[in-house]
Design a protein around this ligand. Structure first.
Ligand code: AMP
Length: 438
């Protein structure tokens, strides 16, 4: 996962200090809107490609992740937040969304519905990793998945949908790094070959990769250790070991990508960090912020065996991808998608005197029902302070509501550009504002 080594600015809070936990943060103001605008856009794209929403709990029984993602992965061995409830259940905060989705598919008998079942989902994931720039302990992912079919066209559909989301967010030049790590028939032969190869180089392997040789040899291929990377140059590649069925599947995926003119690069060292993957694995790569090495912003692949690992009696072939939203929206090229709910105020509401303040919320309710976006300073009393704020807000109209208007059931609507104003009866205010908006 290419991230800069620069440590996060915020130090860990001391016990009892009032601060969000290390690696977690509040989303406020502009940052909140960045996330909201992105999620709206991403949902829209996913919906047009035929994906439906699903939301699973943030907590699952911990075996969903330990048997699903698998021991020997950093995510499960080192980074998972687990807790024992007062009732004695062992739960874990989701470190990603895929295993929860598969659990939901099995639990709700979705195999009996027309296949594939296509979902999008988004929300926070939790990993107890070392916070750095672009790496948080609570971070947001947007996922796209198709479950219940092994057809290669679904690999292409999932990749294309995610690419569209990333491209419509302003990415200048995305490409796909991909590989096929085979199936249960051909992968063992490849892993044997790989283990033999690393055994020959074991004296030069760093300790962390010697450990992986026992627990999860495939992971050595995406090691960040300089020494291992040199050794990996000569490592056997998975594609040469694919059985005829996997070879055909991979060839078809490439044909679909070529047909859609999606640039791709076959990366023989790409295996991905989670152990449930089979056949296609891929990452969406974008130019990095500082002109350094391109960085993976989304990653995914097939997880045809995850269903069985979670207890399904039948195979549930599936393909999915997860996008790191925190990283995407921090890119200098990110196109801010304005959330639909954010509207510039058309009216600044000013109230004067006790009688008017008492009835203020009734006027605001008229405006809300008429869908007129407005701003106000209800906690202020002086006309000067409220007028200054009205000017600053940039709203084209001000509504002035004083003692006289409160008694006469009217308001004054002032055009801020021309300084002209009109008294309008409250019962015709909605209609009046509608005509102004034309
Ligand atoms: P993964 O679930 O590890 O395949 O990650 C999918 C995507 O989520 C990555 O490509 C990153 O963009 C993002 N991601 C993973 N871990 C973190 C993290 N700790 N903080 C922020 N983004 C992350």
């Amino acid at each position: 996962m290419p991230t800069s080594k620069k440590p996060a600015k915020k130090p860990a809070p001391k016990t009892g200090e009032l601060a969000a936990p290390k690696g977690m943060r509040d989303l406020i103001n502009e940052e909140y809107y960045l996330f909201q605008g992105f999620f709206e856009k991403a949902q829209e794209v996913a919906m047009y490609y035929g994906f439906k929403p699903i939301e699973t709990p943030m907590l699952e029984q911990d075996f969903i992740f330990s048997s699903g993602i698998g021991a020997g992965t950093d995510v499960v061995d080192k980074e998972m937040y687990t807790l024992r409830t007062k009732g004695g259940d062992m739960l874990a905060l989701r470190p990603e969304h895929t295993a929860s989705l598969m659990r939901a598919y099995i639990e709700h008998g979705m195999a009996n519905q027309p296949q594939p079942c296509m979902f999008y989902q988004y929300g926070p994931s939790f990993r107890h990793d070392n916070p750095q720039k672009g790496r948080y302990r609570e971070f947001y992912q947007f996922d796209i998945d198709a479950l219940g079919s092994e057809k290669s066209i679904l690999d292409a559909l999932v990749i294309k949908t995610m690419l569209t989301i990333i491209n419509e967010s302003g990415a200048p030049a995305t490409s796909i790094d991909l590989n096929s790590i085979g199936c249960k028939d051909c992968r063992p032969g490849y892993v044997r070959e790989l283990v033999n190869y690393y055994k020959k180089h074991v004296n030069n392997l760093p300790a962390v990769d010697r450990e992986r040789l026992k627990a999860n040899p495939l992971r050595i291929l995406d090691s960040k250790e300089e020494k291992t990377r040199e050794i990996n140059e000569g490592a056997p590649d998975a594609i040469s070991f694919l059985c005829p069925a996997c070879k055909k599947h991979f060839k078809e995926v490439l044909e679909y990508l070529e047909e859609m003119e999606v640039p791709y690069n076959i990366n023989k060292n790409l295996v991905r960090g989670l152990s449930y993957y089979s056949r296609t694995v891929f990452e969406v790569v974008v130019p990095s912020e500082d002109g350094g090495a391109p960085m993976a912003i989304a990653g995914g692949g097939r997880y045809d065996y995850l269903g069985r690992q979670l207890g399904s009696k039948k195979d549930i072939p599936a393909i999915g991808v997860a996008l790191g939203v925190d990283r995407l929206i921090s890119m200098p090229w990110y196109n801010k998608h304005t959330p639909r709910i954010i509207k510039k105020p058309r009216v600044y509401f000013i109230q004067l005197g006790i009688e008017a303040k008492l009835k203020s919320l009734n006027i605001i309710e008229i405006l809300r029902k008429a869908h007129v976006p407005m701003a106000q300073a209800l906690s202020k009393d002086s006309l000067g302070a409220q007028l200054a704020m009205a000017e600053k807000s940039g709203a084209p109209y001000t509504i002035i509501f004083g003692q006289k208007e409160a008694i006469e059931q009217s308001v004054i609507v002032r055009n801020m550009a021309t300084r002209s104003q009109e008294t309008v009866k409250q019962k015709s205010l909605a209609e009046y504002m509608k005509n102004l908006n034309k």
